[in-house]
Design a protein around this ligand. Sequence first.
Ligand code: FAD
Length: 211
Amino acid sequence: MYAELVDSMGDDLTVVNAARVSFAKEVSTFTERDAKLIKYLAKHNHWTPFAHVTATFRVAAPIFVARQLFKHKVGLTENEISRRYVSDEPMFYQPEEWRGAPTNAKQGSDGIVADQGYCHAYHEDVVRVATAAYHHMLKEGVAPEQARMVLPQSMMTEWIWTGSLAAFARVCKLRISKDAQAETAVIAKDISDQLSGVAPVSWEVLTDGRE
Ligand SMILES: Cc1cc2nc3c(=O)[nH]c(=O)nc-3n(C[C@H](O)[C@H](O)[C@H](O)COP(=O)(O)OP(=O)(O)OC[C@H]3O[C@@H](n4cnc5c(N)ncnc54)[C@H](O)[C@@H]3O)c2cc1C
């Protein structure tokens, strides 16, 4: 499971120059004054200058994580591998630990369950049976677009994800919070770490307050 930065356009200077175009001004060196401007923009929800910096990630994650991340729509575009065209050996995400149900909340998790071996074995069984059924169906001539129906949500998928700094900041703030799914937070943290290298000042202020 990972998010790898494959391309980016713009940096902190792009943000301040987008803001300053309103006054027909442009700078070529980033100064403390620009850092203050970025803080001001973020504080007052002037998000458009942050939409001129874009980044592209290649992400690999299980289906259930992809589904959550694809809920974020504005300012983001994804292209995903399709099992209508690809019938390669499916890969599956196996968690290191099976977490317990939350005691005081409706979502999230608490601690880990006692019988880890049972959960691992059960998941492995499901994956083995599902994979065998998938291959059998393909061998019998079933269309890949239907054969994939037997594969579980832990199957890995891959997509190219392009979006603006403003959009990825929204994703990361929402998905690195205490109530977010832990597996989804892994991808959000990966994205956050890499974007903090693209536009450090903007990223810091845009994601300030995330848990
Ligand atoms: C912890 C957690 C739990 C969640 N649980 C569920 C769940 O159980 N079921 C579920 O379906 N989703 C769930 N979601 C997804 C959530 O409802 C949002 O769809 C998701 O977080 C995307 O938010 P976004 O602000 O990036 O949305 P985007 O769709 O990318 O929109 C960006 C912004 O544009 C504005 N906007 C977009 N569309 C409209 C509109 N139609 N009207 C007005 N303003 C709009 C909003 O300000 C929004 O924040 C959950 C998300 C989180 C973080």
